[in-house]
Design a binder for this molecule. Sequence first.
Ligand SMILES: Cc1cc2nc3c(=O)[nH]c(=O)nc-3n(C[C@H](O)[C@H](O)[C@H](O)COP(=O)(O)OP(=O)(O)OC[C@H]3O[C@@H](n4cnc5c(N)ncnc54)[C@H](O)[C@@H]3O)c2cc1C
Ligand code: SF4
Length: 247
Amino acid sequence: MIAGGTDLLGELKEYIETPKKVVNLKSIPGLDEIKADSSGLTIGALVTLTDIAAHTTIQHHYTVLAEAAASVASPQIRNVGTLGGNLCQRPRCWYYRNPDIICLKKGGDTCYAIEGLNKYHAIFGGGPVYIVHPSDTAPALIALGATVKIVGPNGDRTMPLEDFFVLPDVNPQRENVLEPNEVLTEVHVPQPKAHTKSTYVKIRERGSFDFALVSVAANFEMNGGNLQQGKRRPRWGRSYPLAFQGS
Ligand SMILES: Cc1cc2nc3c(=O)[nH]c(=O)nc-3n(C[C@H](O)[C@H](O)[C@H](O)COP(=O)(O)OP(=O)(O)OC[C@H]3O[C@@H](n4cnc5c(N)ncnc54)[C@H](O)[C@@H]3O)c2cc1C
Ligand code: SF4
């Protein structure tokens, strides 16, 4: 399946993926809309990262998501890269991206990152593979309590985004629960409670566009100038195969 193609085309050019057919999701109508109402925010899987970052309601009420989308890659990639593609993108591990290396994630029997180059790999929760999920929007959406809708030949299902991702010890070959022929069609974010503040902090190695070394997606209920005890905790990105819940 291809949406914006910013991730998949690289994999096809390097023969990391060699599908017999590629289905163009962009021809499905209605998946490129953002709807905001009293129940919250519904974002179609084909909405671009640029449109999320520039959406006034998202900037004001779902700030962590607008900031995370704005932090992804470069303007050119954000203009075509979609939310669905950002959540479903494959890992950036250099062994995975090398067509000549068949590591554990590609069906081999060794994770070369354990003994090899692992500067950008998981420091929590890895094993038997040590990828970190590259998505900036995932920890932001999980911090906001988002759910995803999945549509496939056996019907629809909805689940918390947190449950959409799988750890490598559950399935070392995949990063999410999608079955073949299933499509992530939309993301729903509940309306934030009053007095909620959120933000996304991303630390990167380069001054220009780059994947995060580590990131924090924080969504807090405020009590005056103070954080309210016991409310949603921050999510750490890029240190874990999925968004790690901090304290
Ligand atoms: C140079 C560069 C820098 C980058 N920097 C960052 C960064 O800093 N932060 C970050 O988060 N990302 C970064 N990315 C990744 C980029 O954000 C993703 O490539 C983009 O979001 C993917 O969206 P797309 O629509 O182009 O997906 P595609 O390339 O079309 O698809 C990506 C994958 O998702 C699958 N897919 C797409 N949509 C769906 C769907 N609706 N349902 C099921 N499966 C689907 C495809 O089959 C494919 O496997 C970077 C990419 C590049 C090339
Ligand atoms: S971290 Fe994953 S993708 Fe990288 S070498 Fe290990 S198994 Fe392969």
